[in-house]
Design a protein around this ligand. Structure first.
Ligand code: NIG
Ligand code: FE
Length: 406
């Protein structure tokens, strides 16, 4: 059978491959076969042997093309919202104080449990569409607002359903160890036992791609986190961690010891934590939306992460408590203005490094063999993706070599 190829020509490519800035290719082209990139390069160098198999040619009009964007940390499935808590915090209440008083994550757990499947699915779908309009082609969704076997399964199944019904790749993360549900009040060790018991049941239903935990003074201890990670390891599931968001718990080093895919937040990570992440190849997922919305002032140590060679990803952390934003492009801008990433680091943070934070090696760059997920932008240079805010320059999204129409 002869291969049927599509040629996407007349574009400037930020491939994010190799060591040149942006992996830049002027007057480039992409050849796709099935859902995959067969060849990427300067149009003038298109290998002649492919020419007879090109069935369709698309002229991209000289536009900028990047890999499809990847939001590698979201809590997209939940009921209700927390605008009243936002008002309380504006009046001086801290995020921790609200959580300790039974608000915070627990209030979203109550709203999620009270919501119907249709309500949860529809609200998550609307949120996913916002992210998709800005070029997101792969999305991670965590559970963590159900906190019982049935409710965690329900939220993960809704996340899976989004991936089946939208033109979007969804990766699910089991975050049972997010907060202590009220029925386990005063029995947090018992709850962690339950989280670990539920894990193989959820995994057997095909609902879990990775396991996460919230290691913090208002959530779970390092010892409890270790127990969750041991359970994941026994199932061969990769782990990641909400680590050192509000204080240094030694979570990053603990997670790195389990070969974690990523440690996320990291405002308070220590030098030892950074060294451990560098040694294990763990990605640092920086979440400027949460930093901004919690009016945090303790910056993650970006210069030290960079110096240690820890790959940095950027994500929306979309959730109703600490980051209700739905723009990954705004996160690019904030990663630069607040965290001092370069625009190129920020773009790598929502493409190639975000892919690695999900354990995915088949996307995040424009190169032969990668998935044919890419965005066409109405900007001249990729540094503009981190520059504009409140403007969406995404013109076209191609996912699995197919045009996505929303
Ligand atoms: O990533 N830090 C823990 N989890 C979320 C916030 C969840 C919430 O407040 O509902 C986060 O910031
Ligand atoms: Fe989070």
């Amino acid at each position: 059978m002869t291969p049927s190829l599509t040629l996407w020509r007349n574009a400037n490519l930020a491939t994010l491959c190799g060591h040149s800035a942006w992996g830049w290719i002027e007057q480039g082209a992409l050849l796709t076969q099935g859902e995959t990139l067969l060849w990427v390069g300067a149009e003038a160098e298109l290998p002649i042997e492919h020419a007879p198999y090109i069935r369709l040619t698309q002229d991209l009009g000289g536009a900028l093309v990047t890999p499809g964007l990847i939001d590698c940390h979201t809590h997209l499935v939940y009921g209700g919202q927390r605008a009243a808590e936002f008002e309380l915090r504006l009046q001086g209440a801290s995020y921790e104080a609200v959580a300790r008083a039974g608000g915070g994550i627990r209030s979203t757990v109550a709203a999620t449990r009270a919501a119907s499947d249709a309500q949860l699915l529809d609200s998550a779908r609307q949120r996913a569409l916002c992210l998709m309009r800005e070029g997101v082609t792969t999305l991670e969704i965590k559970s963590g607002y159900g906190l019982s076997l049935e409710q965690e399964a329900r939220c993960l199944a809704i996340a899976r359903q989004l991936g089946k019904t939208l033109k979007l790749n969804v990766h699910t993360t089991y975050l049972g160890a997010h907060a202590l549900p009220p029925e386990f009040e005063g029995r947090s060790d018992d709850y962690v036992d339950a989280v670990c018991r539920w894990m193989p049941l959820l995994h057997a239903q095909g609902l879990v791609d990775a396991v996460d935990a919230f290691c913090e003074s208002i959530a779970f201890t390092p010892a409890q986190t270790r127990q969750v990670f041991e359970a994941a390891k026994a199932l061969g599931l990769p782990v990641k961690l909400h680590a050192e968001q509000l204080s240094d718990q030694g979570g990053a080093a603990l997670a790195a010891g389990f070969g974690a895919l990523s440690c996320d937040h990291l405002e308070h990570v220590s030098a030892a934590g950074i060294a451990a992440m560098a040694a294990s190849g763990t990605v640092a997922v920086l979440l400027p939306g949460a930093y901004y919305f919690l009016r945090d002032t303790h910056l993650p140590p970006v210069a030290a992460l960079r110096a240690a060679g820890v790959p940095m990803a950027i994500a929306s952390d979309h959730n109703p408590g600490s980051s209700p934003g739905l723009s990954l492009l705004l996160m690019l801008n904030m990663a630069c203005t607040l965290f001092r990433l370069t625009p190129e680091e920020a773009l790598r943070g929502v493409t190639v490094h975000a892919a690695r934070a999900l354990g995915l090696h088949d996307r995040g760059q424009l190169a032969a063999g990668q998935r044919a997920d890419f965005c066409v932008w109405d900007v001249a240079h990729p540094n503009e993706l981190a520059y504009w805010f409140g403007r969406n320059p995404c013109q076209r999204v191609i996912i699995g070599a197919q045009e996505r129409v929303l």
